[in-house]
Design a protein around this ligand. Sequence first.
Ligand code: PLP
Length: 464
Amino acid sequence: MPMLHRRQSVRDAMEDDVFASRDLSEAIPKYRFPQDEHVAEHVFQLVHDELMLDGNSRQNLATFCQTWVEPEVNELLRLSVDKNMIDKDEYPQTAELEARCVHMLADLWNSPDAADTMGTSTTGSSEAAMLGGMALLWKWRARRRAEGKSTDRPNLVTGPVQICWHKFTRYWDVEHREIPMEGDRLLMDPDEVLKRVDENTIGVVPTLGVTFTCQYEPVADVAAALDQLQDETGLDVPMHVDGASGGFIAPFVEPDRVWDFRLPRVKSINASGHKFGLAPLGVGWVVWRDADDLPDDLVFHVNYLGGDMAVFALNFSRPGGQVVAQYYNFLRLGREGYRKIHEASYATARYLADEITAMGPFEMIYDGRGGIPGLAWKITPGADPGFNLFDLADRLRTRGWQVPAYTLPPHREDLAIQRILVRHDVSRDMASLLLDDFRRSLDVLGKHAPKASFTAEEGTGFHH
Ligand SMILES: *Cc1c(COP(=O)(O)O)cnc(C)c1O
């Protein structure tokens, strides 16, 4: 009887131990679209085991992104798994939480009129940077047209930037005037900015927490230089601050550091909620100083609940849970909570910097002061320990730690450095475990020096 047979085999399948099941006792085809259905529990186990090979994200000291959330955040994400952030009519309360976050950030970043500012959540700082850059480009074009001048050759001035600004300039056909590193200057400075700005400059973008070194670029000094330029020449060049990391750190830890809307020249700011904003992956923010700084023809207006919601985004549908979780964080932590968390991270970064300096022929190029919580070092110039930083990164990897070694961008490709980001969940105790493995790694490298050995200056010939 086919019916009975079928029931029997389904029952067998349900009773089998998951690894003894037919689904898991043979390799599942990986690149053809599957023909048959499979039992949910079996497939869950299979996918779960694939994820295992990613390693342990908490030992990934390369990432700026959040790798630990409170259980309440998981629960809020679960409650929001069906919420589409773009459906502001259907989910007006999620949209309301987003709007509150924008105003809270405008307040945090000292907007002159936080209640009336413009801003939006995004999928991350990359999308936020695109939107900030587009606003600069549109405003510049409007100014030029009003003056009857050409809009053919826009340019953007940045320091050594994250890839999102390379994308922005390429996608929107803007000349990128990126200030290269030079000697010990690994950041933009006012003189280098002034050398590059002209009437076609749509804006200057300093970074608060440069990707390569974790340092803050001197936003206030650059703004002052541009103020003086305007006094002397009339040229008025706006600024956007890439605060991907620092936008969620400086306001809590160094409230007196002036980098934000307290500088009238700063027209917009982006930050990644999923970095030091401590939200789960998939949320960024961009806020404009005032409504005037966001050209109206970039904005689509949605009216819900009698209000006027400005929609400016590259995506349409995207998850709402990350924004809900961000709102939870703001209420849960407040300025006080963020300050305590980040101060603990700075203390751990400085501890690691001291210990690592004492341990080998290493010289810190960033020790957790004047930037985001982290550290970056090079091999002491002139020292030849018989291994390079790429060898050390490989050794640490055998214990699961990801401590990236890489060469710097133009013109310091000759310099190889290694970097650690200290996030929320990198505790002092975890740092001490890392240091134990650091010592063991140096021991092994000392005894069995890799064949090809490079000094710091030569380190770049050797790409892993
Ligand atoms: C991470 C980062 C970005 C990109 O942000 P995402 O949120 O990953 O899209 C841009 N700029 C800087 C300085 C960053 O650190």
